[in-house]
Every structure is written in structure tokens, then in C-alpha cells.
Design a protein around this ligand. Structure first.
Ligand SMILES: Cc1cc2nc3c(=O)[nH]c(=O)nc-3n(C[C@H](O)[C@H](O)[C@H](O)COP(=O)(O)O)c2cc1C
Length: 207
């Protein structure tokens, strides 16, 4: 099926999987096989202790039934917000397929081991970048990130670079999913899955 055929497919609640992870898989396979750039880029919205929201892009690195994983700095703004309020909202926009997916749930840190294993697979430059970045802090005048990178290259020369304690993953454990498919006349299809104990309740929503 080509990209245009996929785009035109309505979301038919009567034949959609009862399991939203399966539905996500179907759509994720579509974006990957359509070679859509940045198909794993997603917005993660968090909120601070007063409920003030903030959002930013991150990359989805893994997902399965246990949740959706991204990696970041544990001293960043998003991390501080998740400490105060462990609820998050993920958003994917796959424009070429005229699709959007929203996923909401609780966010927890990945295990140290999981973060270490992922970190070990990253390119060396990214590992050095993680050590250098005090993500979301003010960068003082005259501070050269390139000079810091060169210094760390030297320091770590010939050695394996360990995962910093201030860096690791988060896993959003879904409590709801919404799949949105563009349709003619702006009468878009929206299907929402809401977790109810061990099962998922499925409903269509008005566009
Ligand atoms: C396409 C894209 C992918 C990104 N992926 C990540 C990521 O996986 N992890 C990350 O920490 N920041 C990533 N960023 C940077 C974040 O959007 C953000 O600037 C950074 O995490 C700081 O956010 P915070 O101050 O809200 O914590 C990405 C940005 C873009 C545009």
C-alpha cells in the first residue's frame, strides 16, 4: 500500500484492535515503512507543581506494553517538572499520513541498568555531549561547549564513557490513547482508548 492509500484509510472502530498498543504498532509500522523523517519525534508535555504546562520534542527510543521511552537529562526542566508532577502527555504528528496520536499517562524513570545499556549504544559524540550539557540551565557568557567537548575527548581518550548519574530514561505508562485520522469535510476520525483496570474502553469522539 502506498502512502496515499494509507492516508485515506478511515479509522473503523469496529475492526480496530481492542489493544491500543497493537493499534499504535500498526500506525508506527506505516510511518516507518513510508520513510517519514523524524517519525520517532514526539512532543512530551509536562506540568509544574502549579499545573503550568510546558512542552518539547524528544525522540521515542523504545516502546512496548510497559510504555514509551525517551532519554534526557535528569536535571532538565522536564525532569524537575516530572519530579513534582509525574503525569505526562505525548503527541505524535505524522503529517504525511494525516495522522495524530496522543498518549497520556504516568511517567517513571527507567532503571539505571536500562539507561546504562542504552547510553552504551550511543555514538561517542552523543555520550560526550550528555556529560557536557547542564540541560536547561543558563549557559554563562564565554562558556565554550566545543572547548568542553575537546577537553572531555582528551580525558576519556581510549576509555569507555560511563552513563552520567544525571542522565537516563523516562517511560510513560499509558492510561489513554487517542488516534486521529484526517477525513474529508474536516469530519476527522478520532478514536479514544481509556484504561479501565486491565481492559481498555474504546469510544469514537466528535472531531
Ligand atoms: C526533533 C527533536 C528531538 C529531540 N530529542 C530530544 C531527546 O530525545 N531528549 C532530550 O533531552 N531533548 C531532545 N530534544 C531537545 C528538547 O526539545 C529540549 O530542548 C530539551 O530536552 C530541554 O527541554 P526542557 O528544558 O523542557 O527539559 C529534541 C529536540 C528536537 C527538535
Amino acid at each position: 500500500m502506498n502512502i496515499n492509500d494509507r492516508r485515506k484509510q478511515p479509522l473503523d472502530i469496529t475492526i480496530m484492535p481492542v489493544d491500543p498498543f497493537q493499534q499504535f504498532n500498526l500506525w508506527y509500522d506505516d510511518v516507518r515503512s513510508a520513510d517519514i523523517p523524524n517519525s520517532n519525534a514526539m512532543v512530551i508535555a509536562t506540568a509544574d507543581g502549579d499545573g503550568r504546562p510546558s512542552a518539547r520534542m524528544v525522540l521515542l527510543k523504545e516502546f512496548d506494553r510497559s510504555g514509551f521511552v525517551f532519554y534526557t537529562n535528569y536535571e532538565s526542566r522536564k525532569a524537575a517538572e516530572l519530579e513534582l508532577n509525574p503525569h505526562g502527555s505525548i503527541l505524535f504528528l505524522w503529517n504525511a499520513l494525516e495522522r495524530q496520536v496522543r498518549i497520556e499517562g504516568r511517567v517513571q524513570k527507567t532503571s539505571r541498568e536500562e539507561s546504562r545499556q542504552y547510553f552504551a549504544k550511543r555514538p561517542r559524540e552523543s555520550q560526550i555531549g550528555a556529560w557536557i550539557s547542564r540541560q536547561s540551565s543558563i549557559l554563562p557568557d564565554g562558556c565554550s561547549l566545543e572547548a568542553s567537548a575537546a577537553a572531555l575527548e582528551k580525558k576519556f581518550s581510549g576509555r569507555e564513557i560511563q552513563c552520567p548519574d544525571f542522565w537516563g530514561g523516562y517511560r510513560l505508562v499509558p492510561e489513554s490513547f487517542e488516534f486521529w485520522q484526517e477525513r474529508p469535510y474536516r469530519l476527522h476520525d478520532r478514536v479514544k482508548y481509556k484504561k479501565n483496570g486491565e481492559t481498555w474502553i474504546i469510544n469514537r469522539l466528535f472531531p
